[in-house]
Design a protein around this ligand. Structure first.
Ligand code: GDP
Ligand code: MG
Length: 369
């Protein structure tokens, strides 16, 4: 209803009308009677004062993610999603660049190295690893806030000539808290007079016990400059991933995350990581308060691909508005449904904002009285 009487609203909220009127007077309303008629907005604001969440009965169900299946053993395996962490200047970017170049050189159509938030590397065995580019990025914080840690494995980069440093310790803490297993990459191994054994000892002090030091954490010596040890690093990641047995449903409604979003010559695009289902051109997806009918999908080399399956990063175009990094992507069955859901979410955001503003105003007013 657009309007409601004081009496009826008190009834809905479950407080006595007299108490309700007193609250309204506290808020600055004058000459209130029980049959005083309130518009929807005012009613919502007063209700918020009673910590009453207004109910949105627009008859539209929001899109929701499917529950995680308890038994995933029958589902197809998916690539592990890996984040590279470590102290500044220890060689993270150099390692990522080496991996990215090798992945693009290996892709059939070549293409130029692009900076997109994630990329996949195919191993000679055909196994695929997905690397995320921007740890600590706001998108990751946002996803973590929602309880979604997209990272399966942390590659902890420690320079052989510098060993464990403050940000190394921070990365260990982060991985431990998120319960994400670590693979250690001892970097800059091409440099003269470096001490990989010292790195292993220093790591043990901080609770990371590598294989030849009585633990089960894999450690690989690498150079992002020469490529030495990189294949072994990839193999160590695959071994770790096979132990964890990452699987996901590639059928059903598509789900994923927006990693980053920007505008390119072909329009608004978002780099997404698919979590479930298979995304194809023509599919309709909602992300936060915008939606898209997917026109084209591109991989990290800018090459158009037919579909994106779980664990695969992909660039999606066709967005009505720019999506926000860190928002969840959910497939909608129809364009109308996508529009309805977006409109409802926008309305909800506005009302919540209004409610927060009003609560703050009322708080300030009370303090003045
Ligand atoms: P990040 O801050 O961890 O991303 O580190 P960078 O990848 O930017 O590397 C920092 C510096 O170390 C740069 O000058 C690199 O050229 C150098 N560097 C990185 N990896 C290696 C390596 O494997 N060998 C050698 N010799 N130098 C490296
Ligand atoms: Mg860097």
């Amino acid at each position: 209803p657009e309007f409601i009487s004081v009496n009826n609203l008190a009834d809905v909220i479950g407080v006595r009308p007299a108490q309700f009127v007193r609250q309204m007077e506290d808020m600055g309303f004058e000459g209130v009677t029980y049959d005083h008629i309130l518009d929807a907005e005012t009613a919502g604001l007063i209700a918020a004062e009673f910590n009453f969440e207004p109910i949105f009965d627009t008859g539209i169900d929001d899109l929701t993610a499917a529950p995680e299946p308890e038994d995933k053993s029958a589902l197809p395996p998916r690539p592990p999603v890996v984040t590279i962490m470590g102290h500044v200047d220890h060689g993270k970017t150099t390692i990522l660049d080496w991996l990215r170049k090798s992945s693009i050189a290996a892709s059939e159509h070549g293409g130029i190295t692009q900076h997109i938030g994630a990329f996949s590397v195919a191993m000679p065995s055909g196994k695929v690893i997905t690397f995320l580019d921007t740890p600590g990025h706001s998108a990751f914080l946002e996803m973590r806030r929602r309880g979604a840690d997209v990272t399966d494995i942390v590659v902890l980069v420690v320079a052989a000539d510098d060993s464990v440093k403050p940000q190394t310790i921070e990365a260990i803490k982060h991985a431990t808290e998120a319960k994400v297993p670590i693979v250690v990459a001892i970097s800059k191994i091409d440099k003269e007079g470096v001490h990989p054994e010292k790195v292993k000892q220093d790591l043990a002090v901080h609770g990371v016990n590598v294989e030849d030091y009585g633990g089960d954490v894999q450690a690989v010596c690498v150079s992002g400059k020469t490529g030495q040890g990189m294949l072994e690093l990839e193999e160590a990641i695959i071994a770790q991933s096979e132990m964890l047995d990452h699987r996901a449903d590639d059928r059903g409604s598509v789900e994923g995350w927006v990693l980053e979003a920007t505008t390119k010559s072909h329009g608004r695009v978002a780099t997404a990581l698919i979590r479930r289902g298979t995304l194809r051109p023509g599919d309709i997806i909602v992300a936060g308060t915008t939606w898209a009918r997917v026109r084209t999908l591109r991989n990290e080399a800018g090459v158009i691909v037919d579909e994106a399956t779980p664990g695969m990063p992909v660039e999606i175009d066709g967005w009505k508005e720019q999506p926000l990094a860190g928002t969840e992507i959910l497939e909608a069955p129809t364009e109308q449904k996508a529009k309805d859901v977006v409109e409802q979410r926008l309305e909800r955001t506005e009302t919540e904002k209004l409610g927060e503003d009003m609560t703050a105003i009322n708080q300030a007013r009370r303090e003045l009285l």
